[in-house]
Write a protein that binds this ligand. Structure first.
Ligand SMILES: Cc1ncc(COP(=O)(O)O)c(C=O)c1O
Length: 435
């Protein structure tokens, strides 16, 4: 009987057949009906996470805005849920902005990020009157000021500062250190604040930082808050700058595997809010609006990937490989970051985990290993493997490697499934090619 439940969606259970249930649906039935690889999103977990972030921060600091970082996963149905839950959207491309627009997402709740926004993207941001444009460089500031002047609309902007804080996470997802490709290094930021304040076509409302992703402790946020508030106080004294808004980005860690310890949202909220208030008091700054941008922590746990077992290969004394019909094309994270995952055999949830295996993807890379050395019940061909915590940065980083088809996505809730993204077809694959 499987005891590990911690990383499954909140609605997970096991039915009499010994099948994994998510959102009241039998995952084995869904895998058979919709084919695999298949992604499930548990609506209850998704909405609960939205509500948890809103509640934990705003009960401590009423003037909080929660913006979901679309890059973790976005499609139309997801954007509708976020809108219904009252979250805003952080977008980084015209594509993400268009998805938001396609479901009438309130444009004043959209924040535009990115280190290389194109003229077309900035034009869209101005035209749609989006909530905030988060300026990442001097080049962008100058381009945006000129473009805004032509249109006559004065966008609200923030400056993204790199505070020089190490978030103690994987080097590919740390962004707060000086030398990062993102943001304006603190030592160069004074000049840009002055420039932004003096640009009549722009309205500088505040400062932003994002120190990285999958952060497992609150202390780097506190450090960054102090540094950026100290800078704001300096700017107030030098240029009369008023910090109306402080955006501390996202990056809140989640638990992927048993034994990992990640602070609860309430711990992050307490640490952030207490340090924000105490530092503002000490610096005699008025309390700004606080914005947070969780992506992974909203959607990761809601997602479960389902695969079908194919070839099982024994290398005696070394490894037993269980190959599945997906892998790095739908989940690049293990190959990209060495990210660990757990797995379950969805049709054998009541059986003893008696066998150590490694779950291999089907793609032509030795690095395409989804889960290393995990104990599971004895596995045979056609069993259904469920990998939890697959809601964030799987589908948004997916590829068509080996000309594979991107999987379907189902939203599950109270025993009903809803197809929110169909599986790609071979026509989708060949449709862009010209002979
Ligand atoms: C500016 C910004 N905000 C928020 C996020 C979301 O991070 P996470 O999904 O780790 O919460 C990112 C991720 O890269 C980001 O770049």
């Amino acid at each position: 009987m499987v005891q590990r439940q911690s990383s499954l969606p909140l609605s997970a259970g096991v039915n009499k057949k010994g099948h994994l249930i998510i959102g009241g649906c039998d995952t084995v039935d869904l895998a058979n009906e919709y084919d695999t690889p298949l992604y499930l999103l548990d609506e209850f977990t998704l909405r609960s996470k939205c509500q948890e972030f809103k509640a934990e921060f705003s009960q401590r600091y009423a003037d909080t805005t929660v913006i979901y970082a679309s890059k973790a996963f976005l499609n139309g149905a997801m954007a509708v849920i976020l809108r219904e839950e009252g979250l805003g959207l952080d977008v980084v491309s015209a594509g993400e902005l268009e998805i938001a627009k396609s479901v009438d997402f309130p444009m004043d709740m959209v924040y535009f990020h990115g280190n290389n926004k194109s003229a077309e993207e900035l034009n869209m941001a101005i035209k749609y009157h989006i909530g905030r444009i988060v300026v990442d460089s001097q080049d962008e500031l100058e381009m945006l000021a000129a473009m805004a002047e032509e249109t006559g609309h004065i966008p609200d902007i923030m400056l993204r500062i790199t505070p020089g804080v190490d978030a103690h996470t994987h080097e590919h997802i740390t962004t707060g250190i000086i030398g990062s490709k993102f943001g304006i290094p603190l030592f160069a930021a004074d000049e840009l604040v002055k420039k932004a304040m003096s640009a009549p076509s722009l309205n500088l409302v505040g400062l932003h930082f994002h120190i990285g992703s999958l952060i497992a402790e609150a202390q780097p946020y506190q450090e960054a808050i102090e540094i950026v508030l100290d800078f704001a106080a300096d700017m107030k004294q030098k240029h009369g700058f008023v910090l109306e808004e402080l955006n501390i980005g996202g990056g809140f860690g989640v638990q992927y595997i048993t034994g990992e310890t990640v602070p609860q949202v309430s711990i992050f909220a307490e640490a952030v809010v207490s340090r924000l208030i105490s530092r503002c008091r000490r610096l005699e700054l008025s309390l700004p609006m606080l914005t947070i941008e969780p992506g992974r922590a909203i959607v990761a746990q809601a997602g479960v990937a389902l695969y079908k077992v194919g070839v099982i290969k024994d290398i005696p004394g070394i490894k037993r490989y269980v190959s599945v019909d997906g892998g790095m094309a739908d989940n690049i994270r293990p190959a990209l970051y060495g990210s660990p995952y757990e797995a379950f055999v969805a049709n054998k949830m009541l059986e003893e985990e008696a066998e150590q295996i490694t779950i291999a993807g089907r793609f032509c890379e030795s690095g395409d290993i989804l889960v290393k050395d995990i104990n599971l019940p004895p596995i045979t061909r056609s069993d259904i493997i469920a990998i939890p915590v697959c809601g964030a940065y799987n589908l948004s980083l997916q590829s068509n490697y080996n000309a594979s088809l991107n999987p379907a996505v189902l939203l599950v809730k109270e025993g009903k499934e809803r197809l929110i993204r169909r599986r790609q077809t071979y026509e989708d694959l060949t449709g862009c090619d010209l002979l």
